[in-house]
Design a protein around this ligand. Structure first.
Ligand SMILES: Cc1cc2nc3c(=O)[nH]c(=O)nc-3n(C[C@H](O)[C@H](O)[C@H](O)COP(=O)(O)OP(=O)(O)OC[C@H]3O[C@@H](n4cnc5c(N)ncnc54)[C@H](O)[C@@H]3O)c2cc1C
Length: 479
């Protein structure tokens, strides 16, 4: 078994998977226009001979074989740094295979409850690694009425659940929403979306199955139409990945692929550990994007002759603050890494949650500075076709000129990038992704409250206030 080529990746998707898009069933996604860009992005990550990125993509496993670095379990701070560097150059369709890190991070706790589940995790991980397969993070349930728990919903299928336990496996029913790249990968790695209570055992379920397993159906959606030209849409014309509603219509899962089937005490552990790796991915993307915002703002300012304008400088300083805070937060989380009992090194959990929160909570108002600087052309810039038409193009070249040193076509490209990234369909997608992907703001607040070294903070506050007794002790003394 070896690394796949891009062609072998395409070939591996012709497996009878059931997938829909825009009212149509798509029998072979490799022949569909809708999937052209997403599959090309993932295929690119299979280019192991790339002279610039090949060394980042491949690594040697402990068994001596070669595999994609997404499967490398970080054992040192350097491993973790290299992983982050690799992720800076990797499509989201490959990055979601980080789901295996989340599973392996919990494997010690899982083994303590049921060694068979732990063995299954390690075997499926190696199977995917050695066959160069990709897995999706399949977590978010429809959840129905948010006030009620899984087993209290009007329809019991609002969270994926076990409907039958058999000698050879389990049968599951339900759906998972918003699953990034679900149709474009090989394995659906399913986990509970949150902690489950003792009366919700059927909902504490985790497993991994191939996308073409009978009963699995995927309904796709993306912000991007099939065709976008690269001049008018410099970001989204080559960067889109569908999300899928994944349906489990009474799907049989053999025991060899089950990671959890009723042990409720493990449900939140799995959900939280995935949260860490998902949010790390979000912060990496935020670092990349925020640096781009600074560059775009600077270009627009220079092109409009506003480089000495204090308001423009203030706006750019705001964008720099955002970019630097994110870069430093990521850096902090990597330097202050944590280690699991079995030796896996992972980013600092509190640091990543705080960084992801900062990114999401401030994204919208930070983009406002870029829009404020750029002006109305962000939305009203004429299309490339009008630039290329000599009858209209001559006016565009005349009236979009600012000064002799600025090439109008380059100015248009910069504006198109700003619109595409922040003010068009892809931009709208980014606004929601910042908030929701990896869990909404409350999910990070919860983790921060849980993980902050509160006792230390409490002691310092008491000492600063000149208190000699802790609040509990004072009450006892009065009794
Ligand atoms: C582009 C995109 C890609 C995604 N990719 C994936 C993926 O690959 N895999 C995956 O599993 N998920 C994925 N997600 C899902 C993402 O994790 C969820 O959207 C997010 O966790 C919020 O859940 P929700 O969409 O069901 O909204 P809701 O649950 O309705 O949450 C909306 C807001 O309400 C809050 N809330 C929820 N319940 C309550 C309550 N009882 N009381 C008070 N407030 C509450 C939430 O914290 C959140 O702030 C993706 C989402 C997006 C937008």
């Amino acid at each position: 078994m070896a690394l796949k080529t891009p062609e072998q990746y395409y070939e591996s998707l012709r497996d009878g998977r059931v997938t829909f898009w825009d009212g149509q069933s798509i029998p072979d996604i490799t022949k569909s226009d809708r999937f052209r860009v997403p599959l090309a992005l993932i295929a690119h990550d299979y280019e192991y001979d790339d002279p610039d990125l090949g060394h980042l993509r491949r690594y040697r496993t402990e068994d001596g074989s070669e595999a994609h670095r997404i499967f490398q379990v970080p054992r040192t701070a350097e491993d973790l740094q290299t992983r982050v560097e690799m992720l800076m150059h990797t499509s989201i369709g490959t990055a979601v295979s980080g789901v295996f890190m989340a599973l392996l991070q919990c494997v010690d706790d899982i083994r303590a409850v049921n060694p068979m589940y732990a063995d299954n995790i390690e075997r499926i991980y190696k199977y995917c690694r050695d066959n160069d397969l990709r897995g999706a993070e399949v977590i978010t349930d429809p959840k129905g009425d948010r006030k009620r728990r899984a087993h209290e919903q009007d329809d019991p299928d609002m969270y994926v659940r076990i409907v039958e336990r058999r000698k050879d496996g389990i049968v599951v029913r339900g759906a998972k929403l918003h699953i990034t790249a679900a149709s474009c990968i090989h394995e659906l790695v399913v986990m509970p979306t949150k902690g489950m209570r003792q009366d919700e055992t059927d909902y504490a379920v985790s497993f991994s199955i191939p996308v073409n397993t009978p009963g699995v159906k995927i309904i796709n959606r993306s912000f991007a139409p099939a065709e976008l030209n690269a001049f008018d849409y410099p970001a989204s014309s080559h960067h889109s990945m569908p999300e899928g509603m994944v349906i489990f219509d009474d799907v049989f899962v053999p025991w060899e692929r089950v990671f959890l089937a009723g042990e409720v005490q493990l449900a939140s552990k799995l959900a939280q550990s995935l949260g860490l790796w998902e949010r790390t991915g979000g912060v990496i993307e935020a670092v990349r994007m925020s640096e781009l915002f600074v560059g775009l703002a600077q270009l627009v300012t220079e092109m409009q002759g506003k480089e000495n304008d204090p308001i423009a400088q203030n706006s750019i300083a705001e964008l720099i603050t955002y970019a630097e805070m994110l870069r430093m937060s990521l850096d902090y989380s990597l330097r202050h890494y944590e280690t699991t009992p079995s030796g896996m090194v992972h980013p600092n959990t509190l640091g990543i949650n705080a960084a992801k929160y900062y990114y999401a909570a401030n994204f919208h108002q930070t983009v406002k500075f870029l829009h404020d600087l750029s002006g109305g052309l962000v939305l009203t810039l004429p299309l490339e076709s009008d630039l290329r038409n000599p009858e209209s193009g001559k006016y565009i070249l005349k009236y979009l000129a600012t000064k002799k040193t600025v090439d109008v076509e380059t100015r248009m490209r910069v504006y198109n990038m700003i619109r595409d990234l922040t003010a068009d369909a892809y931009g709208g997608w980014q606004f929601v992704v910042a908030l929701q992907a990896g869990g909404g703001l409350p999910a990070q607040r919860l983790m921060m409250n849980r993980l902050y070294p509160m006792e230390q903070a409490r002691q310092r506050a008491l000492a600063a206030a000149g208190a000699t007794r802790r609040p509990g002790e004072a009450r006892k003394a009065a009794e």
